[in-house]
Design a protein around this ligand. Sequence first.
Ligand SMILES: NC(=O)c1ccc[n+]([C@@H]2O[C@H](COP(=O)([O-])OP(=O)(O)OC[C@H]3O[C@@H](n4cnc5c(N)ncnc54)[C@H](O)[C@@H]3O)[C@@H](O)[C@H]2O)c1
Length: 375
Amino acid sequence: MGQLKLTLASLGLTLAVQKTNPDFWRGKRVLLTGHTGFKGSWLSLWLQSMDSTLRGIALDPPTNPALFDVARVAAGMEHRIVDIRDFAAVKRQMDEFQPEIVIHMAAQPLVRYSYQEPIETYATNVMGTVHVLEAARHAGSVKAVINVTTDKCYENHEWVWGYREKDPIGGHDPYSSSKGCSELVTSAYRRSFFEQAGIALASVRAGNVIGGGDWSVDRLIPDVLRAFETNTPVVIRSPNAIRPWQHVLEPLSGYLMLAQALYEEGEKYSSGWNFGSNDEDAKPVQWIVEQLTSKWRDDAIWAQDNGKHPHEANYLKLDISKAKNQLGWKPIWNLDQALEKIVDWHKAWLSDADMRSLCEQQIAAYQSDIQISQA
Ligand SMILES: NC(=O)c1ccc[n+]([C@@H]2O[C@H](COP(=O)([O-])OP(=O)(O)OC[C@H]3O[C@@H](n4cnc5c(N)ncnc54)[C@H](O)[C@@H]3O)[C@@H](O)[C@H]2O)c1
C-alpha cells in the first residue's frame, strides 16, 4: 500500500533560517531607485556595509534635513539624479550599469499629498514602475527585481484581520490606489515578460516604517519629534488609527532575504510578500505618541487635531505568515525597541554626532540581534 508522504515542501513550507548574508551581497551589482529617501538611505548604508556595488537613481532628497545628507550616504555608492518618469533616462542607467538585482523604491509615498497632486502621484508610482520594469527587462543583466509597494495597496475593509497576500488589491486614496496599480503592473510584467526571460520579480508590502532620520511631512514620528524639539504640543489627527508599526530595518531585512532567494531560486519566490510587524505591535497612534513622550521627556503633551481631513484608513494590519513560513523571515525588534532606537538616533543627531557611523552601529546591532534570535 502506498504511503502518504508529507514533507514540508508538500505543505508549502520551508525551514529557511533568517539571514542577510554579507557573502552573497559582496560585489553584487545592485540598482536601487529612491536611494535619497528615508528607506533608500538606510538600505544603501546596509548594502554598502556588505560591499555591494551599488548605484542609486532618484530625485534630490525629499526633505531638509535628509538622512541621505546627514549620514553621507552618497560616499559609498554611485549616486545619480534621475527622474523615473523619464523612460529614456532610466533605460540609460540600467543599460550602462548592468545590474544583477534591481530594488525599486522610488515613489511619491504620502497619502495626503496624493490628494493634492494625484497626477504626479500616478505618474511616478505607476508609469515610473513601468519604466523601471521595462528598462530591467531589456538590460540583459538582471536576474532579480523587487518592487516596493505598501500595506495600503490592499482594498481596505477596516476589518480586524491582517491582510494576506492573496487579498484583493485596491486603494481609496490616490496614493494607495497608485500602489495597487503598481502591484497590477508587477503581476502583468511577471506573466507577460519576466517568466519567459528568467527574471524573478516580487512585490513587497511593508507596514508603517519608523526609524531615525525620517523628516517627512505628515508622518507621525517626524511630527512628534518636531514638536518635542520646538517645545510645542504634539497635535495628532487620528489617535485611534491602528497601524503595523515597525523599525525600518525590519522590512529591509525582508527585502534583502527575498532578493537573495529570488536571485538563487527564482520563480518559487516570484510573488507578493508582506513584511509587517507582529500582531501585538499593530498599535493605535495615541499609544505611540505616549510611549515616545515617556522615552523623550515626561512633560510633553499631545492634543487631537479636530480639523477636517481627507479619508485615511483607520484599521490596517498585515498577515506575515507567508514570509515567516516560506522565507524564514520574522520581526526582530519589537515596537518598544524600535522607539528606543529612534530616540537614541534623534538625540545623537541633536548633539552633532557622526550619523553615518550611528546608522552603521544600528545596522550591526540589528544583524547581531538576528543571530541571537536564532540561537
Ligand atoms: N515610509 C513608510 O512608512 C512606507 C511604508 C510602506 C511603503 N513605503 C514605500 O517605500 C518606498 C520608500 O519610501 P520612503 O518612506 O523612503 O519615501 P521618501 O519620500 O523618503 O523617499 C522617496 C524616494 O523616491 C524618490 N522619488 C520620488 N519621486 C521620484 C521620481 N519621479 N523619480 C525618481 N525618484 C523619485 C525620492 O527622490 C526619494 O529618493 C516608497 O515606495 C513608499 O511608497 C514606505
